[in-house]
Design a binder for this molecule. Structure first.
Ligand SMILES: C[S@@+](CC[C@H](N)C(=O)[O-])C[C@H]1O[C@@H](n2cnc3c(N)ncnc32)[C@H](O)[C@@H]1O
Length: 410
């Protein structure tokens, strides 16, 4: 049997009986895909791992709490034999053969009539990798090939030569804080499919260098806006390029909806009747403190964190922030766009009751090669920013969480 190559096939198991013998790690790994395939799963096993038990509790599988008995496979279309008892596995294999039920065996691939491929999914396609012969089986190698293919399809380094279904219109992609590895898988795939990318100054600019030469990259800061406001000019550029039938990606720093004016762009596109997809991103408000060793919450220290824009000073009539209330909170304050106004902000917080000794950390250009952390207190931060020449972009963290991590490595 093992001398011929396996014949690959996709089983459509919806509503069909699949019998799983043994409720250990193998079953735990295989059951989710069988459940996803809609199979009518009967698990026969005296014991099960807590995860398998949870699947039974949730009604996703039927659990018969005993060992294998002859006849268990009579109604099955497919069987997974994975008990810890070799004699039971052999008997079940023989029964599967008698009933012509394809069966996988976790203990002896040679005796199995079916093999489970290493599988992964991308863009509506299942990638399944099988070794040709039982003797050459090397599960790590097949898993590595699967990973390479799926990863390549996801990040666009492997481009399937057939016509790809592209997301029409504009994709507003949150690019994360700056490290190119911190964009989402979906964001990266959309970027790989783009004809035009309109990018902000902040965000993963290194990713732009990877784009093929035919992709038009537009720096949002350099879009001429004449009689328009800059944001309006960006909205117009998005609409114009999309109207030409191009796949447009608007690449933004962090998350599009955190001080990113993302909704203004969504609204402009909706008004122009252009489809728009929004892809969330990792916001600098949480990830940049984290990259510098600061958790925004910590058990027993901070039960809340508040993200505030510091782009206008507390006494500016345009400010929508209630700084007096923020001063009374005991948790973490994360200030974005606040480097220029930090002196006034610190003064206001202290005036409304926060201790001048409250620790403050400024993290400049977080997650990039230029990342830098400068520590101060509310009393000293204004002077520290001047002395250390801290510049935007920086995330400012105010609160006791600044001190909970190990000392920063110089
Ligand atoms: C216009 S806001 C955009 C925030 C973005 N949408 C997000 O979710 O991270 C820009 C501010 O985010 C912060 N910021 C973004 N990326 C940063 C980074 N890599 N390091 C430090 N601060 C960053 C700075 O406070 C900067 O002034």
């Amino acid at each position: 049997m093992a001398e011929h190559p396996a014949y690959p096939v996709g089983l459509r198991l919806s509503g069909r009986r699949v019998v799983v013998l043994g409720g250990g790690q193998v079953a735990q790994r295989r059951l989710p895909a069988l459940i996803a395939a809609g199979a009518d799963i009967v698990l026969v096993s005296p014991e099960a791992t807590p995860s398998v038990e949870a699947m039974a509790d949730a009604g996703e599988i039927t659990w018969v709490r005993r060992g294998y008995a002859d006849g268990d496979l009579a109604e099955a279309w497919y069987a997974l034999i994975a008990t810890s008892d070799p004699a039971a596995n052999t008997a079940a294999s023989a029964e599967a053969e008698r009933h012509r039920v394809w069966c996988v065996r976790s203990d002896d691939a040679d005796q199995a009539t079916a093999w489970t491929p290493a599988t992964g999914h991308s863009e509506g396609v299942t990638v399944a990798v099988l070794t040709t012969h039982a003797r050459g089986r090397d599960p790590r190698h097949t898993a590595a090939i699967r990973d390479a293919v799926v990863e390549g399809l996801r990040d666009g380094t492997l481009v399937a030569p057939h016509h790809r279904t592209r997301t029409p219109g504009v994709a507003l992609v949150g690019g994360g804080p700056g490290d190119p590895d911190l964009i989402t898988v979906r964001g990266r795939r959309l970027l790989a499919e783009a004809d035009v990318v309109i990018a902000d100054r902040l965000g993963p600019r290194d990713l732009l260098a990877e784009l093929p030469p035919h992709v038009e990259v537009i720096d949002a800061a350099k879009i001429p806006y004449g009689r328009y406001m800059a944001q309006e000019a960006i909205n117009n550029a998005l609409v114009e390029h999309a109207k030409q039938g191009k796949a447009v990606v608007r690449l933004k720093g962090g998350d599009p909806y955190v001080f990113g004016r993302g909704m203004e762009e969504v609204q402009a596109l909706a008004e122009a009747g252009i489809p728009c997809t929004v892809v969330p991103g990792i916001s600098s408000s949480i990830s940049v403190p984290g990259a510098a060793g600061i958790p925004v919450t910590h058990r027993g220290v901070a039960h809340e964190f508040t993200v505030v824009s510091g782009h206008v000073a507390p006494d500016d009539e345009r400010s929508l922030v209630d700084w007096a209330s923020l001063a009374r909170l005991t948790g973490t304050l994360v200030v974005l766009m606040g480097v220029d106004k930090i002196g006034k902000i610190a003064e206001t917080l202290v005036a409304h009751g926060r201790s001048p000794a409250t620790p403050v950390a400024l993290v400049q250009e977080g997650t990039t090669a230029a990342q830098r952390r400068v520590d101060a207190t509310l009393a000293t931060v204004a002077e520290t920013v001047r002395a250390e020449d801290v510049r935007p972009p920086a995330v400012i963290v105010i609160g006791e969480v600044v001190r909970v991590g190990p000392a920063p490595v110089a």
